[in-house]
Write a protein that binds this ligand. Sequence first.
Ligand code: 5GP
Length: 203
Amino acid sequence: MNTKKSMLIVISGFSGVGKGTVVQMVFESLPNIQFSISCTTRAPRSGEENGVDYFFLTDEEFEKKVQAGEFVEYTTTFTNRYGTLKREIDQPLSKGVDVLLEINVVGAKNIKKLYPDCVTIFITPPSIDALKARLIGRGSEDPENIACRLEEIEAESKEIANYDYVVTNNVARTCAEKIVAIIRSEHLRVSRQNLDNLFDEEK
Ligand code: 5GP
């Protein structure tokens, strides 16, 4: 019997910090964890797949889901809308599977209010200048969008103090290992274990 309670993990970080690569590596190391696929109105980037990276929706489709109360949280960043579906969180959690959300600081704040037990992690770059260069070099956003993302860096910096953990992404593999260590340690908290079954399985 599994004595561990499932957990919600929220990861945020500045645009262009390399969250995607790090999160991918975290998934390779942990078996019992599911990615919460968000909805967005932004266009897919090259290589992104509908239903894998995001559910790519039109403004109308997104608004329909807002009205139907399908989102646990949603926000507008840059020029697009992003939202976390209730079912993406509640279904895996109810089956004992951890859920990882990759969302912005506004979403993280809202999720922390609704799920106070969640673990919040902020990924920072080793240098802000390098991040800016990378964001521009990525070439996937137009200049206006890049300018908005750079402004967001200022605003998001102020929110880091509200996270449980902050991890620098210098080398992606090392950053991912640190996040895996956080998740494993959090699972060992007494409050996250079913003490009735403490001696039923190998720890
Ligand atoms: P991107 O367009 O680069 O994929 O994401 C832009 C920002 O939106 C990132 O900070 C990302 O974490 C955030 N984001 C993605 N999905 C969601 C979501 O469902 N809710 C919120 N609040 N933010 C999200």
